[in-house]
Design a binder for this molecule. Structure first.
Ligand SMILES: [Zn+2]
Length: 187
């Protein structure tokens, strides 16, 4: 019997995350342990994008455990699990064991993933490429907020529009030189 490394109290028992998606569930904290290979097999069979139903559309209707900030140990290998963000605008992270190729989902996280439209992408979330994209998106959002505060919403919109227009002009170098010149009309 495998001890749950998240709560260190419960045991991981056979369960289903979805029909025909087998997993293990802790009988104390109710988190799920899902093997990537089981997920991929289920995805190929079930086409979850169309078949997964999200019953509770309001997220307060179900319980989501507090995100564990602490590092988690893989319940099978005992090695450190890696944390992967789900979305750019969310701090919530799921834990992945590279040693075993399995994911730990805190109670309610699978519901969150489904609500985010990522039910078919669980295996993609734990890739470097996806995480790199999220980091870029997140940086972009942060910078956008900084510019917006600095310029004010109206000015920021104007300067963004102008920049987009400028970048489409074939002679943009000349236009930029004109803009940057202290006095473009001085000989
Ligand atoms: Zn547990």
């Amino acid at each position: 019997m495998t001890l749950c490394t998240s709560c260190n109290i419960g045991k991981l028992l056979p369960a289903n995350l979805e029909t025909s998606l087998k997993a293990k569930q802790c009988n104390h904290c109710h988190g799920h342990w899902v093997l990537i290979e089981d997920f991929v097999r289920w995805k190929q069979q079930a086409s979850p994008a169309t078949t997964v139903e999200v019953k509770d559309t309001e997220d307060h209707l179900y319980h989501v455990a507090d995100d564990s900030i602490k590092a988690l140990l893989c319940p099978i290998s005992g090695t450190l699990m890696r944390k992967f963000r789900i979305k750019a605008d969310s701090r919530r992270r799921i834990d992945y064991s590279p040693a075993v190729g399995a994911i730990w989902l805190d109670d309610g996280e699978w519901q969150l993933i489904k609500l985010s439209g990522l039910a078919g992408s669980l295996n993609v979330i734990v890739t470097e490429h996806y995480q790199h994209q999220l980091r870029r998106e997140s940086t972009k959002q942060q910078l956008s907020e900084i510019y917006s505060r600095k310029f004010g919403a109206e000015q920021y919109q104007k300067v963004q529009d102008f920049r987009a227009w400028l970048e489409q002009q074939p002679n943009q170098a000349d236009l930029k030189a004109y803009l940057m010149a202290q006095d473009p009309y001085r000989g």
